[in-house]
Design a protein around this ligand. Structure first.
Ligand SMILES: [Mg+2]
Length: 366
């Protein structure tokens, strides 16, 4: 690439993909997932980024973000980010707008790497040769046979840690939660790490009592035992148990993560590059976590987390989430494979994934 490459167009589209079985956790259930794709053109290249959210994200991109990014230099990603952040002032940064911003930012970084003919992790400055993963699913909607098939599959692929959902029906099915944890331990055997995620389904008292029982099954990760908005509640659970307490997937800006770290609320900070403000903000969040001596774990959207997490020193792992892994393998060429429980960043320019329009057309909703 020689000189500047002016961004000529920013496009957004949305696709709703049915799940392969009903999925649910402690506080939510779903039978489809919407991917919002952003494509940015400059200098004969196209960068892609995406988020998992409402089709309304595509509207926010078209109305509020594309107009301030088009015409700018494609290598000036933080400058584009600042222009987008400013454009969102009157509609609010968290939620739909934050997801839209994140998808555009991810597309811009992919585009810049493609223009420079560099793998994205090399452009960002690589620290790790590969990033550990954990298998994530174990939905409350699964029966024992489905749980067995999924967890055994991951263990068979060499993934040394798996996560299941608990907190069913807002903590109203404690016996079933604990039976499913016992079953998961039986399925995976003693050598694989077992994680649980309550999605904020318990009260503080319930979460403390559940934590005592989880220790009997050598559970080492207790995600959102209580609402991630309840920082003192997370801290209270954390003070009670030796299991790592984790949260952060609903963080939409830097201040959110700083408050969570400062409250001593978590043992590992979770972050979602498709919500937090994209790669630009993720790198800043990595620095905030490092200043608190905390590691980061990438939430969902595995293909998009790989390159930025490989560029940070304080990374524990990323989430190989059943639903998103399935969608990204279906709609993109170049999905990394989970060999030996780690993902290796692509050596192709950009993030190394190629969107397959004809595979996605059938699912298009906006
Ligand atoms: Mg979670």
């Amino acid at each position: 690439m020689k000189g500047l490459a002016t961004i000529s167009e920013v496009r957004a589209s949305a696709y709703t993909i049915p799940t392969d079985a009903p999925e649910g956790d402690g506080t939510f259930g779903w039978d489809s997932t919407t991917l919002v794709l952003v494509e940015v053109d400059a200098g004969g290249q196209t960068g892609t980024g995406w988020t998992y959210g409402s089709p309304a994200c595509a509207t926010v991109v078209g109305h509020h973000l594309a107009p301030v990014v088009e015409g700018r230099d494609a290598t000036d990603v933080p400058g584009c980010w600042s222009a987008m952040q400013a454009a969102l002032r009157n509609i609010g940064r968290p939620g739909v707008a934050g997801m839209a911003l994140s998808a555009v930012d991810c597309a811009l970084w992919d585009l810049k790497a493609r223009l420079l003919e560099l793998p994205l992790h090399v452009l960002l400055g690589s620290v790790q040769e590969s990033v550990p993963i954990y298998g994530s699913g174990g939905f409350t909607t699964y029966d024992g046979r489905q749980l067995d098939a999924q967890l055994s599959g991951w263990v068979g692929e060499g993934i040394p840690r798996v996560k299941i959902k608990i907190g069913e029906n807002w903590g109203q099915a404690l016996d079933r939660d604990l039976r499913r944890v016992a079953l998961a331990r039986e399925i995976i055997g003693p050598a694989t790490e077992l994680y649980v995620d309550a999605n904020g389904g318990y009260t503080v008292g319930q979460a403390r009592r559940v934590a005592s029982r989880l220790s009997l099954y050598d559970v080492t990760w207790f995600e959102e035992p209580v609402s991630s908005d309840d920082l003192s509640g997370l801290r209270a659970v954390r003070d009670h148990t030796g299991i790592d307490v984790t949260a952060g997937e609903y963080g939409y800006d830097l201040g959110y993560f700083e408050r969570m770290c400062s409250a001593g609320a978590v043992d590992c900070l979770q972050v979602d590059v498709t919500r937090c403000g994209g790669i630009t903000e993720l790198l800043r969040i990595g620095a905030v976590a490092a200043a608190h001596n905390l590691q980061l774990s990438g939430h969902c959207a595995p293909a998009q987390h790989l390159a930025p997490l490989a560029a940070l020193p304080n990374v524990r792992h990323l989430e190989w989430f059943h639903d998103h892994t399935r969608i990204e393998s279906m709609l993109f060429e170049g999905m990394p494979s989970p060999a030996t429980g780690r993902l290796i960043p692509s050596q192709l320019p950009g993030h190394g994934l190629t969107w397959i329009p004809k595979q996605a057309a059938h699912f298009r909703v906006a």
